[in-house]
Write a protein that binds this ligand. Structure first.
Ligand code: ADP
Length: 778
């Protein structure tokens, strides 16, 4: 049942051209073909067989096959039985064998695949053997190359420190490297062959990974640095960087995916930490209210600037960044290289503390306490500095004020001590003079000596009382207790009295004196006693501080709305440094005690206080050493009603008869002295020493004027006055209180007790006479 084509084929093979057919066919195929007869002698070789064996067919014909080539075992190198012989012996086909080497004529060895089969005639009888073989050297090389490539790839994969997965195209894990198993704590069994998303209980089923593998990779064949932050079983929260790439497997070219997993957790964490630290730094620096905090590099160029710095120094961040921090130093500090010094000390000692003046943006200075610290990098390399500043201006001012105050107090203390020394001196001298005078009067019978003693005593007592009066006044002034009894007066007689008072000292020092009163009347609201005190003090000073034979002038007149008194001398003058404080308490020009001009440094203080109590001023001018001085007192002038003549004549001089006066004082000497003086002035006087006696005497004597000491033993002056006022005869009498206290309260009390007048001890006799002169006879 053969078809026509087969028939034709068979015919061609069996026909006369059959040998030619075989020849051509065999020489055309790529494998080597060699045939032998049943003895194993070569009868045919095709060209491939020629080339593999190294024989030319014509030469090989008729030779036993063993002569043409040898077959040895690849493993042992030993000759193995020729496949042709095996077929001859067994009559069976020998299938493809390998792991054998063909040794060619020149000794070349080639790995071959070979097979052999019997050739039979038409009757089926074996007539020979055919052996087909091929050089598998190249194939072997190729296979080795693939194997080596795979081994190479695997060794690389295994040595890569980062975990690596090799996935099939269907995303199943083909293999993983050691790092993967180690880092993720999984076994090979639980990994290989699994879908990547199933790994570790599905913990790799991460959206980022899906998108990388399924969206990016098919398009781009690769993806880089896909960030995944994920909570992994057993190893916690991690930041992974995924890198993927499609690769072809060497040899078969299967498509694979390499998935490299970089654990970026440490850098990520330190990044987070760094950001955290930065933030913390920022919060601290920004939150440090009242502190200027800024950094600068080693050249001093400012690199950061906090809000505190902006507020304290006035520069905004934009303005100051890039500027040199020397901008806040004063030119003096820069000249002294203080900025460099700060950096140097900070770099060397780890910190530099300082207090100095710094400059704000507008040039304003502020006192700053500063701390500079070096900034070093991880390699301990100096990178710059941090400076912290606190504004201490207020404290500095307080300190300055405190220092100044302390200095003032020390100076005041010095003046006080000087004052005490002066006081002792002031008291000792007149006391010595009085003691001498008493000694003289006790030992002498001479009238002149007695007179001299009296004069000395009188003068020194006058000095004493002046001194004590000033002292009391100054005490009152410092306690704010000085009272002035202002009334409308004419100052012209006051000026006259003042001149009279200083006449003796002017005369003693042989000064030329000139006074000039430019008006007939100078009306002002003043306490005439106090005004006189002002003028006397100024004139006395002029006399004291002008060398003998000097020139002293007093002028008084109206200027604008003021009454102005000028006392000028051509004496020592006042040094410029003393001038501004000459009116301060205990202030005196330098002079040694023994050259003292007398005085306690309180006269001018009184003058100023009294002038101010009158609503006026006093000023001093001097051209300095030896050029004389001028003191000018300005008091507001009064407008309106005629002034009452201040001071003036005494009772006796007024021509009228004297008053009946009762003097009550528990100090017998004082009472007696006052009585004598009044009597000399033409009055009729009685004396009592306590309240009871006073009442008795008064009832009988009916005095017109009564001078009552307030501080009487038993019944005091107030009570006595009240009792007296209760007696009908006393209605028209004038009651004068004599008190050690002059303040408002004491005066009010006197008035309430029925007194008409209140005089303060020590009572100046002239004042008393002036007062009496104003009384109308009942
Ligand atoms: P005192 O005269 O008791 O020292 P003052 O208060 O009256 O105290 O005067 C204070 C100081 O002022 C005097 O010690 C003296 O140095 C200076 N001074 C006052 N008046 C004159 C003057 N007319 N000429 C020169 N110095 C004067």
């Amino acid at each position: 049942m053969t078809n026509p084509a087969e028939k034709q084929h068979e015919a061609s093979l069996s026909g006369p051209s059959a040998a030619a057919w075989y020849q051509v066919t065999l020489s055309a195929i790529g494998d080597a073909v060699l045939t032998t007869d049943l003895e194993g002698r070569v009868i045919y070789m095709n060209p491939v067989a020629e080339s593999l064996t190294g024989w030319v067919a014509a030469e090989a014909y008729g030779r036993p096959v063993e002569e043409v080539f040898r077959i040895i075992s690849e493993e042992t190198g030993q000759a193995v039985k020729q496949p042709i012989r095996q077929v001859i012996e067994t009559g069976l086909v020998r299938g493809m064998a390998n792991h054998t080497l063909l040794v060619a004529r020149d000794g070349t060895r080639r790995p071959i695949d070979d097979s052999a089969a019997p050739v039979r005639d038409a009757a089926g009888e074996p007539i020979g053997v055919v052996m087909v073989f091929r050089d598998i050297g190249e194939q072997r090389d190729r296979e080795r190359a693939v194997r080596e490539a795979l081994e190479y790839a695997e060794s690389i994969i295994d040595t890569v420190r980062d975990p690596l997965l090799v996935l099939d195209a269907d995303l199943r894990v083909r293999s993983a490297n050691c790092s993967f198993y180690r880092d993720f704590g999984v076994t090979r069994e639980a990994t290989e062959g699994r879908l990547v998303y199933e790994l570790g209980n599905g913990q790799w089923d991460i959206p980022e990974l899906r998108s990388a593998l399924e969206d990016v990779l098919p398009k781009d064949d690769t993806f880089r640095d896909f960030e995944v932050t994920h909570e992994f079983e057993g190893i916690g929260r991690r930041r992974m960087l995924l890198n993927g790439r499609k690769v072809r497997r060497p040899g078969d070219g299967t498509e694979l995916i390499l998935l490299a997993i970089e654990d970026a957790t440490p850098t990520w964490r330190s990044g987070v930490e760094f950001a955290d630290n930065r933030e913390r730094y920022r919060v601290i620096v920004e939150g440090a209210v009242g502190f200027a905090i800024f950094t600068f590099d080693t050249d001093g160029v400012i690199t950061s600037w906090n809000t505190g710095a902006r507020e304290m120094l006035g520069y905004t961040e934009e303005e100051i960044l890039g500027e040199n921090f020397r901008i806040i130093f004063t030119p003096e500090d820069l000249r002294d290289r203080q900025a460099d010094e700060e950096m140097r000390i900070a770099a060397r000692e780890g910190r530099a503390l300082d207090e100095r003046w710094h400059l704000k943006k507008g040039g304003e200075l502020f006192w700053a306490q500063g701390l500079v610290m070096p900034l070093r990098d991880d390699a301990d390399e100096l990178r710059g500095f941090l400076k912290i500043i606190r504004d201490k201006t207020e404290e500095r001012h307080l300190q300055d004020a405190l220092r100044k105050r302390t200095e003032q107090l020390e100076e005041a203390d010095r003046h006080k001590n000087q004052f005490l020394a002066m006081l002792a001196h002031e008291l000792r001298n007149p006391l010595a003079a009085v003691r001498n005078a008493i000694e003289v009067s006790a030992r002498t019978g001479s009238k002149e000596d007695l007179q001299w003693s009296r004069d000395v005593t009188a003068r020194q007592v006058a000095n004493f009382s002046h001194l004590i009066k000033d002292l009391l006044d100054v005490a009152r002034i410092t306690e704010g207790k000085v009272q002035v009894n202002k009334e409308l007066i004419d100052a012209v007689p006051v000026v006259r009295h003042a001149i009279e008072a200083v006449r003796p000292i002017l005369a003693a020092r042989k000064h030329e004196f000139q006074s000039c009163v430019t008006s007939t009347e100078l009306r002002l609201e003043a306490d005439s006693t106090r005004l006189e005190q002002i003028l006397v003090n100024l004139l006395t000073n002029a006399a004291k501080y002008t060398p003998s034979g000097g020139r002293i002038e007093l002028s008084a007149g109206a200027e604008g709305g003021e009454v102005v008194f000028r006392v000028r001398d051509n004496g020592l003058g006042i040094p410029a440094d003393l001038l501004p404080k000459v009116f301060d308490l205990f202030i005196q020009a330098d002079r040694s005690l023994d050259r003292s001009e007398g005085g306690l440094g309180i006269g001018l203080t009184l003058v100023r206080s009294l002038a101010e109590l009158h609503g006026g001023t006093v000023t001093a001018t001097s051209d300095g050493d030896g050029k004389g001085s001028e003191f000018v007192v300005r008091l507001p002038a009064a407008v309106g009603a005629r002034a009452r003549p201040a001071g003036g004549g005494d009772a006796a001089a007024s021509g009228a008869r004297g008053f009946r006066v009762l003097v009550v004082d528990d100090n017998a000497d004082t009472a007696q002295g006052m009585a004598k003086l009044l009597e000399i002035s033409g009055h009729d006087v009685r004396v009592a020493h306590d309240g009871v006696e006073a009442l008795e005497v008064a009832r009988e004597y009916r005095p017109e004027i009564m001078l009552l000491d307030i501080g009487l033993p038993g019944m005091d002056g107030y009570e006595l006055a009240t009792r007296l006022r209760q007696e009908g005869w006393c209605e028209g009498a004038v009651l004068v209180a004599v008190s050690g206290y002059g303040e408002e309260r004491a005066r009010d009390r006197s008035e309430a007790a029925g007194f008409d007048h209140h005089l303060v001890k020590p009572v100046k006799f002239d004042t008393l006479l002036d007062l009496i002169a104003t009384f109308q006879r009942p």
